[in-house]
Ligand binder design. Structure first.
Ligand SMILES: *Cc1c(COP(=O)(O)O)cnc(C)c1O
Length: 401
């Protein structure tokens, strides 16, 4: 199986990187917990595994699956999305320069501002929705352009092909964070990206029970060899069980993401007509400034959306505790829908407006999710207040109106 496999993504999601276990015939792979592997009489490790930080059968299989799904040459998996991003920055040398979209995951910005600045890696934050702003920030030392599209939580859309053209004209690499798009809806390598990064904790994991990150490379070049070295020597590797769980989740990725994306569009359309909603941030709505670009480079608009409330911060902070199906919790990409006041989660440096609420759409029926938001926004009369445990925790009673 090559990584330019022309079979459809549904087929690749089920089969890439997988085969029955050669020793037992088990259709599902075993989890290899061993930290070390036996040598032969010559002192070599004939099956290619020596020590699990350097390589493990579950991680190798997962990396093959992810490289094939993104259409890249190779992948390196990490213990979290942030560890994957950190590895990319570590692969640069001091005094190199990064141009990065101001609308990226706040953790990525914190990495650059709080940690890598001390290592003399300079970063310029730009409005990457404007290609001229990217071009204006390029310097001779710029080694990397980093964009996230759609971005979390503001859903801004960057034209990947134009960002790639600018990066390449200056001899820099383009990194695309594809956590919200996923390889199901967006194929950054086809638009010129050199590296694709994911927090696999989100849609790729899909069940809110495994933390991880990945860097996929279009070509297995020297830069990727540095990344691989940072992975195995730095040691921020995922456990065999985490790799196994994630590879299991990938099989249903295309079905999950398409359903989540279709439901998100319905929810976005509902919110756009609601009298309490000021603005809906979702690239699938024609009034979104990134709509045409998203249409060009995505086959669906994803399962995350945000909206702002006319009544301001207090209303936005109160809303998440009024939903009954949406769980009031951070993160995105799981099969259960989530709601969060994003500025509270990000803290004082947030770029999220104080009246913004972020939704992650799961696999529930769209009508139920819309009804839940309608009641939370106060369109239908409120039922009895929710019962409260003595400790003050709300008791959720799913299914009650
Ligand atoms: C969650 C997230 C991250 C960070 O990933 P972790 O797995 O939490 O370290 C990075 N980028 C985006 C877009 C995210 O949503």
């Amino acid at each position: 199986m090559t990584n330019h496999d022309t079979r459809h993504i549904e087929t690749l999601a089920v089969h890439a990187g997988r085969m029955p276990d050669p020793t037992t015939g088990a259709v599902m792979p075993p989890i290899h917990l061993a930290t070390n592997y036996e040598r032969d009489a010559t002192g070599a490790c004939p099956r290619g595994f020596e020590y699990t930080r350097e390589g493990n059968p579950n991680r190798q299989a997962l990396e093959t699956s992810l490289a094939v799904l993104e259409g890249g040459a190779a992948a390196a998996c990490f213990a979290s999305g942030n560890a994957a991003a950190a590895a990319v920055f570590q692969a640069l040398t001091p005094a190199q320069h990064v141009v990065i979209a101001q609308d990226t995951y706040y953790g990525t910005a914190v990495l650059l501002k709080d940690i890598f600045a001390a290592w003399a890696l300079e970063a310029t934050f730009v409005d990457a929705t404007d290609p001229e702003a990217i071009a204006a920030a390029m310097r001779p030392q710029t080694a990397l352009v980093w964009v996230e599209t759609p971005s979390n939580p503001l859903l801004s859309v960057v034209d990947i092909a134009r960002a790639a053209a600018i990066a390449h004209a200056h001899g820099a690499r383009l990194v695309v964070e594809n956590t919200l798009g996923t390889p199901v809806l967006q194929r950054p390598f086809e638009f010129g990206a050199d590296l694709v990064v994911h927090s696999t904790t989100k849609f790729l994991g899909g069940h809110s029970d495994v933390l991880g990150g990945v860097v996929v490379t279009k070509v297995a070049d020297e830069f990727f060899q540095r990344l691989r070295r940072i992975q195995v020597i730095g040691g921020a590797v995922p456990s065999p069980f985490d790799c196994w769980l994630l590879q299991r989740s990938l099989k249903t990725l295309p079905c999950r993401v398409r359903a989540q994306s279709e439901t998100a569009l319905k929810v976005a359309r509902f919110l756009a007509t609601h009298k309490r909603v000021e603005r809906v941030l979702y690239p699938g709505l024609p009034e979104h400034p990134g709509y045409l670009t998203a249409k060009k480079q995505m086959s669906g608009f994803g399962g995350v959306l945000s909206f702002t409330l006319k009544e301001g911060a207090a209303a936005a902070k109160a809303l998440p505790s009024r939903t009954r199906i949406f769980t009031h919790a951070t993160s995105i990409g799981g099969v259960e829908s989530l709601i969060e006041h994003r500025a509270s989660a990000e803290g004082p440096d947030t770029r999220a407006p104080q009246n913004l609420v972020r939704l992650s759409i799961g696999l529930e029926h769209p009508d139920d999710l819309i009804a839940d938001l309608a009641q939370a926004l106060g369109e239908v009369p409120q039922p009895e207040p929710k019962p409260v445990f003595p400790g003050g925790r709300l008791l959720r009673t799913p299914g009650t109106p």
